[in-house]
Write a protein that binds this ligand. Sequence first.
Ligand SMILES: NC(=O)C1=CN([C@@H]2O[C@H](COP(=O)(O)OP(=O)(O)OC[C@H]3O[C@@H](n4cnc5c(N)ncnc54)[C@H](O)[C@@H]3O)[C@@H](O)[C@H]2O)C=CC1
Ligand SMILES: O=C(CO)COP(=O)(O)O
Length: 308
Amino acid sequence: MQETTIAILGAGAWGASLANLAAANGHAVRVWSRRGPSTLEAVLEDAQIVVSAISMKGVRDVASQVQSLPLLKETIFVTATKGLDPQTTSTPSQIWQTAFPNHPVVVLSGPNLSEEIQQSLPAATVVASSVAIAAELTQLVFSSHRFRVYTNPDPVGVELGGTLKNVIAIAAGVCDGLQLGTNAKAALVTRGLTEIIRIGNFWGAKTETFYGLSGLGDLLATCNSPLSRNYQVGYQMAGGKTLTAILFNLPGTAEGVNTCQVLMRLAKQQNITMPITEQVYRLLQGEVTPRQALDELMLRDIKPEYNY
Ligand SMILES: NC(=O)C1=CN([C@@H]2O[C@H](COP(=O)(O)OP(=O)(O)OC[C@H]3O[C@@H](n4cnc5c(N)ncnc54)[C@H](O)[C@@H]3O)[C@@H](O)[C@H]2O)C=CC1
Ligand SMILES: O=C(CO)COP(=O)(O)O
């Protein structure tokens, strides 16, 4: 394909990996970070695609900075952040779409542990948008022999899969840290997916999307890998460390900690049952120990697996 000019916002682990993938495909890539040498204006100049790989806490602020700068009429925004806005419960793509109503917004999400991608190990991901041609262009820009990119027409489902699994990944870290075994982990991940689908449907996401790469796929990757920062939070809490100490030493962002708070608030407001999320929330708040959280989950009222 033709060379595309791409601005990557955020030079953390994920922004750097996405920049490498696009540059390896021969595109003109410029990277901006708040402490980097280039101005946002210079990085955005003539960009056909703007990729946001900023932690959730910076998305709203950066989107409003970009609003005041010149852009091409046809610029596509691609968001790769996996989080929820604490004030509004908006997803990152909703923030970008509200800030830029006349530009297409694409969500990029999948089982993509950045350290593996930096080692050139093979991986797959999903690009989703209500504007099919924008997703297809993004697919072309990032696809390679080591990065297989699928399109999907359910952006909210793809985005929520990547976001909500972070909370279950914390629980999976606890499960492994307490050495609860493979049966327990399988139960946790499967019931976690049920919980994700329950609240995802409330958001308007399609159930099938959660069975794909950005849902089940990412859940499997992060719940089974010590490379996941969210998994590390749970694993180290099971080992007796405090959340503050873990976050202080963690390389990069564990979005699940904030996402869990936002989710709990929403689940309570909407009366949606989210038992695993609730126990992760109580653990992070210091209200229960990892063992107490486990007992709470195991001793819930018995019930059918599904309410058909
Ligand atoms: N690392 C990974 O394996 C993957 C990460 N993600 C998601 O990508 C996002 C970024 O993750 P990482 O790159 O790993 O995190 P990171 O902590 O390595 O980098 C975060 C980036 O966001 C920027 N940032 C943070 N707050 C900001 C603010 N207030 N204003 C401007 N910039 C700000 C930082 O300067 C940095 O460039 C997260 O939402 C994460 O869930 C998604 C897929 C894979
Ligand atoms: O989202 C990720 C992999 O798909 C990265 O997971 P962590 O943020 O838990 O490291």
